[in-house]
Design a protein around this ligand. Sequence first.
Ligand code: ADP
Length: 200
Amino acid sequence: MHPKKERTFVAVKPDGVQRSLIGEIIGRFEKVGLKLVGMKMVVVDQEHIEKHYTLDPEWRRITGEKTIASYKAKGLVPWTEDPFEVTDRVLKNLISFMTSGPVVAMVWEGAHAVKLVRKLVGGTEPLTSDVGTIRGDFVLDSYAMSDGDNRSIRNLVHASGSVEDSAKEIDLWFKKDEMINYKLVQEAILYDVNIDGILE
Ligand code: ADP
């Protein structure tokens, strides 16, 4: 498979839709050169979200550890040292967040699609996400606020963490015939070895 065929799954979360940021978010991926090959607006149920977040068997441990580490980095004491207990709470809140309204599910294709999209999206916590990233530029939420209110952190967008995850997530959210194989004219300048034929 040519590297330009790499695909990643992205969802504009309910807060992104409510903030009227669908176009802004799509624009960022378009501008970097990625190609949109699937898109739909959906309202999903609890089972779907639970499945989505547990496709990676390591997700529960990693998410819990990440949260505990972020507490400690700020000099705070986490409410438990057990990453799985942390994730139980995170998942429960994520389910009510992600099922609260429409989300825009998308598949983006292009070289390094997974890594590029994660870079453009930024870190999980908007407060500490880099300036220039979607989460860093368009939202002000923090672990301190979300944990204080026992809710999910509102960070506008989900993006697959690895090529393996993206394949599973695309499979969960999209049927094969909901994605379209097509060419974009800009692919010539992005990928072709020979770019003769521009000058007349
Ligand atoms: P990411 O979406 O950056 O890959 P994770 O996969 O770790 O992050 O978590 C999934 C989503 O769960 C996050 O985007 C966020 O909305 C929510 N979340 C994760 N950890 C926490 C937490 N400690 N407190 C509140 N919400 C969280």
